[in-house]
Design a protein. Structure first.
Length: 453
């Protein structure tokens, strides 16, 4: 073992793979209900408002546990808490398959939200500890793409299970992978790379040396060809001190502005996740298999958007998070409006939803990467939990409001509402700063000067 660790390892990317698969499973457990809705809605005689409330219960439980989980992770570490959370997630998923009433479905959905709630804070904490600054945006993009990859594969898989077995079997099948990968997490992912037997000293030095990322800029200055002073003026770039106390975190408008923006963006995403399958069946009159494939289109786009956005944030924008957040908010205003005139043809509608997914998610992951640039490592779990609480409340708010709108108005009103949510995010983003370290800015400018002919 010792000889194998003398060379620089890349075990952090094994950790990233486990994060991706584990969170994809969690995402599948929360997304499967959207495909099952038309079937148990008839069995239990539920209104659209009832369905919206049921969807919101997940995010309500999810939101309530966010900030407490931030304190718990800070005190006890991520390994055991995360493993336990994944096991309870699978138990809650299985329980929903046994439900014999709407009340039991609601209890199961609330329990699922409480169980899954600690997962994103644990993952953000793990990424922050396992990756150097210049890779955190990419890593966060990969992590966020997992939650979007799940809905891309869930609709056709659920459609197949329902067609051949029944809606209850969807929950039974989906409960199994979470148990398996909770054990994989406990085996492979330690709280810090220092505790891992698979992480070499060379890799540890690379992860811990924040200077390395700036030295790369200095030694490879020709790679930084463009000065971004013009962009820094637009996005209000400032050198700020790290938020290193609980009081500073709670009093930071930058954290709260990011939180409110994330509230609206998550609301849009989970309104689509909850209601698009129903929209395709009830409004577009698609068959179950057509629905399954078209409903996966926005999530394929979402996965691509998260991956591309994370890479662009780290590389093209050199760890600036706001530019892509602004692009996503602005483009989503128009893409939601475009859905008012969505074609009936499954292929064309699928393409439109694919593009919508890409645009909506280019800057989606950077909302959670943003606190990494402004909070200390010790206070990041708290800062991330606040931002994710806002997102969770948005996920509870929007699907419920969509249900109310559908019982009173129509889908045109729904898409106008979602467009207005994105406009609110766009406005909020210009009230917060882009935090940057002075050394980063100096090295970037030096790299730009070296690249000048």
């Amino acid at each position: 073992m010792q000889n194998s660790l003398q060379k620089k390892t890349r075990f952090r990317w094994i950790v990233m793979t486990v994060i991706f698969i584990t969170y994809m499973i969690a995402g599948a457990d929360r997304a499967n209900i959207s495909v099952v809705i038309p079937y148990f809605q008839k069995e239990f005689e539920l209104s659209n408002t009832d369905i919206g409330a049921m969807a919101s219960l997940f995010y309500l439980g999810y939101a309530l546990i966010q900030i407490p989980s931030g304190f718990i992770y800070s005190k006890f570490g991520t390994r055991k808490i995360f493993t336990f959370s994944m096991i309870v997630t699978s138990v809650a998923t299985f329980f929903m398959g046994t439900a014999t009433s709407a009340l039991q479905l609601k209890i199961g959905r609330l329990l699922l939200g409480v169980a899954e709630g600690p997962l994103p804070v644990g993952i953000i904490t793990t990424i922050n500890r396992w990756f150097p600054g210049k890779e955190k945006g990419t890593a966060t993009g990969i992590y966020m793409s997992a939650i979007k990859f799940a809905p891309a594969i869930v609709p056709p898989l659920c459609a197949f299970i329902i067609l051949h077995f029944g809606w209850r079997e969807v929950f039974y099948v989906f409960a199994i992978p979470g148990i398996l990968f909770s054990l994989v997490w406990f085996w492979l992912v330690r709280d810090t790379p220092e505790e891992s037997p698979y992480c070499s000293k060379e890799e540890l030095d690379y992860i811990r040396s924040e200077e390395l990322s700036t030295l790369d800029v200095k030694s490879k200055g020709t790679k930084k060809k463009y000065s971004m002073k013009w962009l820094d003026k637009i996005i209000r770039t400032k050198k700020v001190g790290s938020l290193d106390t609980t009081k500073k975190v709670f009093l930071s408008w930058n954290i709260w502005g990011c939180t409110l923006g994330y509230f609206f963006m998550v609301g849009i995403v989970y309104a689509i996740m909850t209601w698009i399958p129903t929209y395709l069946v009830d409004v577009k009159k698609y068959s179950i298999m057509e629905m399954g494939f078209v409903a996966s289109a926005p999530w394929i786009g979402a996965m691509l958007g998260n991956l591309i956005g994370g890479w662009l944030s780290d590389n093209l924008f050199n760890k600036r998070r706001k530019p892509l957040m602004i692009v996503t908010a602005a483009s989503t205003i128009f893409s939601m409006y475009a859905l008012l005139y969505a074609p009936n043809d499954p292929m064309f509608l699928g393409i439109l939803l694919l593009v919508t997914g890409i645009l909506l998610n280019l800057g989606y992951s950077t909302f959670l990467a943003y606190p990494m640039g402004i909070a200390s490592k010790e206070k990041l779990p708290l800062a991330a939990s606040i931002v994710n609480t806002g997102g969770s409340l948005g996920g509870a708010f929007a699907p419920f409001i969509v249900g109310l709108i559908l019982d009173t108005f129509n889908w045109d009103t729904v898409f106008m509402f979602l467009s207005a949510c994105s406009l609110m995010t766009f406005i909020l983003l210009f009230t917060i700063i882009e935090p940057r370290e002075k050394l980063d800015l100096e090295m970037e400018e030096e790299g730009y000067k070296k690249a000048m002919p």
